[in-house]
Design a protein around this ligand. Structure first.
Ligand code: ATP
Ligand code: FE
Length: 356
């Protein structure tokens, strides 16, 4: 199967071509991502209207580029897969309309893919991981611990009750005058800081279960920053680094501890060779990764971290998820709708509900 995937649910426009043959590792023939950071940088966040317009303009270019890099033309494709949600509705609609146009024009089957399923299935694309596995999805917009049993069977064990960790990194960077995206900037500063200076709270660790919270951490950081400014009349480079180190350690501890609990729940189901896979931009963080790796080493769990380009938003993951859905018999028609909300644990009923 040769699949074209399209992704436009947030601030990246992407198209990719993936080849999936039974019994062979999946191959990414091309993966094109056009980011929109420049367009939104003056607004301190993604502006939905600007994003939707940019997606509509960029999708065609991405598709052409993905075809030419893969040395394919439309007649050599078998399936079109597109992110049908969740995400910013204007962007998702742009992608779905583009996919419908290509599917109708080239007479190809269409498969709508849940963006989160794309992230959750990425370890199968990159590392051929077998079902079931535990997935920690940590990005700018999401934070979930999932047991992945098939391309339509996801059980959510927990997740954030407020901000996503990436969002917390981005807000922290803004509070400290660091550039966006905040994650890499905060990580770089944190490397120079002393972990013994600021001890921030570890929210919800005292509560059972796998739910997390990151918004209180941001308030604690703001208070600590203001206290330093009040005492010293300003924030030195070193103070900023110490704040970053303290913040990052708190996020890392919460993620590691909640993942430990999720692994225990999942081990109770009798998983023989447990695997933990990560996805999302925050998984790029070396401290967070080291925490998870040592947890896996302690518990006899395999740790799988796809390359960063496939951890952040991309269309190869959508093409791959589309291939699995197609192989499982899923098809969509011209009635495929864009959805701003689409919880992963409803993936299966939603697909059945669309009549397929
Ligand atoms: P979503 O995929 O949930 O729709 P998104 O596009 O914002 O949202 P990603 O592209 O997966 O998410 O990741 C971007 C997020 O990851 C940003 O919030 C960014 O700050 C964060 N991030 C990137 N690198 C790092 C890092 N080294 N440490 C911590 N966070 C990071
Ligand atoms: Fe994403």
């Amino acid at each position: 199967l040769t699949i074209l995937g399209l992704e436009s649910s947030c601030d990246d426009t992407a198209a990719a071509i993936v080849q999936v043959e039974p019994g062979q590792p999946a191959r990414i023939l091309s993966s094109v991502v056009h980011g929109q950071d420049m367009l939104h940088s003056n607004y301190g966040g993604v502006v939905p209207e600007i994003a939707a317009r940019a997606h509509a303009e960029k999708l065609d270019i991405c598709v052409k580029q993905s075809l030419s890099e893969a040395e394919k033309d439309l007649s050599q494709l078998d399936v079109i897969a597109v992110t049908a949600g969740p995400g910013l509705i204007g962007g998702v609609m742009s992608g779905v309309m583009c996919a419908k146009g290509i599917a109708a024009g080239a007479g190809l089957p269409l498969v709508g893919v849940n963006h989160l399923a794309g992230h959750a299935l990425t370890p199968r694309l990159t590392d051929a991981v077998d079902y079931p596995y535990l997935m920690l999805l940590v990005s700018g917009g999401h934070c979930q611990l999932l047991v992945v049993r098939s391309c339509t069977d996801f059980t959510r064990l927990g997740g954030t009750i407020d901000d996503a960790p990436g969002e917390a990194f981005d807000k922290t960077a803004r509070l400290l005058g660091l550039p966006q995206p905040g994650g890499p900037a905060v990580e770089q500063e944190a490397a120079q800081g002393d972990p013994g200076i600021f001890n921030f709270p570890r929210p919800l660790l005292d509560r059972a279960g796998c739910d997390m919270s990151f918004s209180g951490l941001k308030t604690a950081l703001l208070r600590a920053r203001d206290q330093v400014v009040a005492e010293k009349g300003g924030l030195s480079r070193a103070d900023r680094s110490h704040l970053c180190t303290g913040f990052q350690a708190a996020v890392s501890d919460v993620l590691t501890e909640k993942t430990r609990r999720a692994l225990a729940i999942y081990a109770d189901e009798g998983a023989q060779h447990p695997t933990l896979a990560v996805a999302g931009g925050v998984a790029a963080n070396a401290t967070i990764r080291a925490g998870l790796e040592s947890l896996c080493a302690q518990t006899g769990t395999s740790f799988v971290a796809p390359p960063l380009s496939l951890c952040t938003d991309n269309a190869a993951m959508i093409a791959y998820a589309g291939a699995e859905l197609f192989a499982a018999g899923h098809r969509d028609d011209m009635g495929l709708a864009a959805r701003s909300r689409w919880p992963l644990d409803q993936t299966s009923p939603a697909l059945l509900g669309s009549g397929k």
